[in-house]
Design a protein around this ligand. Structure first.
Ligand SMILES: Nc1ncnc2c1ncn2[C@@H]1O[C@H](COP(=O)(O)OP(=O)(O)OP(=O)(O)O)[C@@H](O)[C@H]1O
Length: 431
């Protein structure tokens, strides 16, 4: 969560004083004096807390809170009240305000409330920078629209583009926001254990199942299950998942009793699932169930205007993490950042800045600190190796007359490994 506070206060002197106090303590601030402008800002703000006056020239704080509830904007809200407005403060608390701050505002009380709120934020919630590029804003707009429904969503995009962020955004703006968001990397689930991880198992269901285990679906009850890299689930587990989507019920591995599931499913993939369907690796019926709504997430290269602001954001964050005091990037570094390919997208940029901040000796980060050539070289080595591997597989398949079992023997790899590699390189054969 961002350490920014949005102040809604029509008294410009008090507003300025609050900003000064907060900024001195390391918080960022933004401010407005009107209710209408506040709503406009709230539609896209990345503030972590709202601090609002009750009486405003064109409305009041309680109405803003009511509007936020309707729009499902869930940012902790604190009202500032005069003694005479205590009734409004009570109304605000009933509407979900986190606290109230009596006026005149005492800084210690203000800090105590804010510190408490910032500590209360769910662990693991990552600090996110609000991106301004047209393509990313469009993805966010779609996420906000679909959040109001209970449709299953398929988030598509390359590695590290921000698919999990979009999934989390949908959850946090949905009616399920107060319930768990459970992310699962399907690629990391061991094939034999995937069903039991997802659905749980009863004692004795298989060798090694010495105890009863509840699954991730149960953990996500009432909330959202985020299935990342969904294309990696086996055909059998796909069938079980389909049943959850169709019937809203499932059975634990080895169990007889059915359990009802009230869980929204959001899936993500960086592979072409249509190809996977053609190759018989992905169920078409499941695909259509998951794909009630699709959100394409753009690559970082398609959002060049986001690169420098994101880099600045990561630099400042890493300054705090590592106790460094870098002040910016020099002109050459900015140019290099903008011209780089960023095949690993936001994740690659984040890692690049992290290393640069750690390595930088001066105030400004130079092109040498960024070490982009090394990552480009690593990329081109990796690409070369992949190209060669792809060629070897094509040759083996040709020699084996497209018989995959035989091709796997020729390549001295297992059949599942061959399937995985064919998937990775988009190699198709006639069945
Ligand atoms: N707007 C943002 N602000 C700050 N960090 C971001 C932002 N978007 C993405 N990141 C960071 O970039 C990394 C990749 O993002 P994320 O995990 O959402 O991408 P992904 O597409 O789900 O990745 P993968 O394909 O590997 O599953 C994460 O560490 C995330 O915290």
């Amino acid at each position: 969560m961002n350490n920014k506070i949005l102040i809604i206060e029509d008294n410009p002197v008090l507003s300025r004083v609050l900003c000064n106090w907060l900024e001195r303590k390391g918080w960022q601030t933004e401010q407005t004096t009107s209710a209408i402008q506040a709503r406009r800002m709230l539609a896209s703000t990345d503030a972590g807390v709202i601090l609002s006056d009750i009486r405003l020239p064109d409305g009041d704080g309680v109405e803003i809170l009511e509007w936020m509830n309707r729009e499902q904007i869930r940012i902790p809200f604190v009202v500032m009240t005069e003694y005479a407005e205590v009734g409004s403060a009570v109304r605000a608390m009933k509407l979900g305000a986190k606290d109230y701050l009596p006026k005149p505002v005492v800084p210690e009380k203000l800090y105590a409330i804010l510190n408490g709120l910032f500590q209360q934020q769910p662990q693991g919630q990552k600090t996110i920078f609000h991106r301004e590029s047209k393509r990313m804003k469009e993805a966010e707009r779609q996420a906000k629209l679909v959040a109001a429904t209970d449709l299953s969503v398929l988030v598509r995009g390359e590695n590290g583009t921000g698919k999990e962020y979009i999934a989390h955004l949908i959850h946090s703006l949905s009616r399920r926001a107060e319930q768990p968001f459970v992310p699962v990397d399907c690629g990391a689930l061991p094939k034999e254990l995937a069903a039991s991880e997802l659905f749980g198992h009863v004692r004795g269901a298989f060798t090694g199942a010495t105890d009863h285990k509840t699954g991730l679906l149960n953990e996500a009850e009432g909330g959202t299950l985020f299935l990342d890299e969904i294309g990696n689930l086996s055909y059998e587990v796909q069938a079980l998942l389909l049943r959850v989507l169709q019937e809203r019920r499932y059975r634990q591995v080895g169990g007889r009793r059915e359990t009802a599931a009230d869980v929204r499913i959001i899936a993500a993939t960086n592979e072409n699932l249509e190809h996977a369907i053609q190759e018989g690796r992905f169920r078409e019926d499941l695909y259509h169930r998951l794909n009630e709504f699709t959100i394409p997430v753009p690559t970082l290269a398609e959002c060049r205007e986001d690169i420098l602001p994101l880099a600045e954001f990561f630099r400042e964050r890493d300054n705090l993490r590592f106790g460094k005091e870098t002040t910016g990037f020099d002109a050459e570094a900015c140019k290099a950042l903008q011209n780089h390919h960023w095949t690993g997208n936001v994740r690659e940029l984040k890692n690049c800045i992290q290393q640069a901040v750690l390595l930088a000796e001066g105030d400004t980060i130079g092109v040498r600190d960024l070490n982009l050539q090394a990552s480009e070289k690593a990329c081109s080595f990796a690409l070369k190796a992949e190209n060669e591997e792809r060629k070897r597989i094509m040759k083996a398949l040709e020699a084996a007359g497209n018989n995959k079992a035989l091709a796997a023997v020729l390549l001295q790899i297992s059949r599942p490994t061959l399937y995985e590699k064919m998937k990775k390189y988009g190699i198709e054969t006639e069945k």
